[in-house]
Design a protein around this ligand. Structure first.
Ligand SMILES: O=C([C@@H]1CCCNC1)N1CCCCC1
Length: 332
């Protein structure tokens, strides 16, 4: 098996939403594919109306193939303090033509306000490791883990783009989506994330600094949260940039020309264009102050390499055969 699904960015590339069909007859929901978590959960007919604001709802009672997982519950909290919880069904799930017949579909009976406000997001499809799936008493597998043995190759890939649709592929590495070689680096899955070593960094007229740091590849995070001292050094190159203490984030004049940011994987070097780092207005009411796509990580012990970084490359999430999982990066 192999398949390909188009993923479309919300405004400012806040997140990328991918159609997923669930049940019989198929109910299509647009989900946020998240390599930083491992639950497939959806807005559902079981939610109170006050929690729904335009999202599509999965209704298991309308699916002839839905089966409740008796006694199973789930409860997830994300790093941005959003959260959701509910009960569990199994049903047919199809992503880009790849189908699994008894995927755990976690239906929300409660969602936090951040999700209610995110009107186009019908739920998340977790693509981190199944070891951090939150279903109890019996943990469930991610969609990728479930389809792995049927895939032509044990991989999924992310080709996210700046202000344009991209694709998530499963079971195939599409050579038309990248240039040059793919540089692979080992993954430490012990925390359940796609964690790897960034070999170093560079920007502006400074030379590349071989100062390795750990980070996770997180398609569900909008920005790139990097070590505070690196973020500080980067924004010192931007006239008028400052750390907005209220936001705990760097802001700068919107007409700033931002330097490109170089990051290393192994011996390879990749460029995040300055244009990507001029992320968005801080506030719609002030057209002169802009918000940076590179921000300091919260000192959690690793960087969170989200879409700002991922969209500048073609990324291979490789489960490996017996060996350890690995991440591959290529220019495009
Ligand atoms: O909750 C998250 C992120 C939130 C955004 C979506 N991806 C998962 N985590 C990743 C970083 C460490 C803490 C857990």
């Amino acid at each position: 098996d192999s398949g390909s699904a188009k993923t479309t960015p919300e405004k400012d590339d806040l997140e990328y939403l991918t159609p997923v069909s669930i049940g019989t007859p198929p109910q299509v929901l647009n989900l946020d594919f998240d390599s930083g978590s491992s639950d497939l959960w959806v807005f559902s007919s079981e939610l109170p109306q006050s929690s729904v604001s335009g999202q599509s709802l999965y209704d298991p009672s309308k699916s002839s193939t839905a089966e409740e997982v008796q006694g199973a519950t789930w409860n997830i909290s994300y790093g941005d303090q959003s959260s959701s919880n509910g009960i569990v069904y199994r049903d047919v799930v199809n992503v880009g033509g790849v189908e699994f017949k008894s995927q755990a579909v976690e239906i929300a009976t409660t969602v936090s306000s951040q999700f209610t406000r995110d009107t186009n997001n019908d739920g998340l499809l977790g693509l981190a490791f199944s070891s951090i799936n939150t279903v109890q008493p019996q943990q469930e597998k991610t969609f990728f883990d479930n389809i792995l043995s049927n895939l032509d190759a044990p991989v999924w890939t992310a080709d996210l783009k700046y202000h344009a649709p991209g694709t998530y592929d499963f079971g195939v590495i599409d050579k038309s989506k990248y240039t040059g070689d793919i540089t692979y680096t080992d993954v430490d899955q012990s925390d359940g994330f796609w964690m790897f070593d960034v070999a170093g960094y560079g920007f502006g007229n400074s030379t590349f600094k071989a100062a390795p740091f750990k980070g996770i590849a997180d398609t569900g995070t909008t920005l790139a949260m990097i070590p505070a001292e690196i973020a500080g050094a980067y924004y010192r190159q931007v006239k008028g940039a400052k750390l907005d203490s209220q936001q705990g984030a760097y802001v700068f004049p919107c007409d700033s020309v931002l330097p490109d940011f170089i990051f290393g994987v192994g011996n390879a070097r990749y460029t995040i264009p300055g244009k990507f780092i001029n992320y968005s207005l801080l506030d719609e009411s002030d057209p002169t102050t802009c918000f940076g796509g590179l921000q300091p990580d919260m000192g959690i012990g690793f960087a969170i390499l989200g879409d700002i970084l991922l969209k500048s490359t073609f990324v291979v999430f490789d489960a490996g055969t017996e060996s350890t999982p690995r991440l591959g990066f290529a220019k495009k």
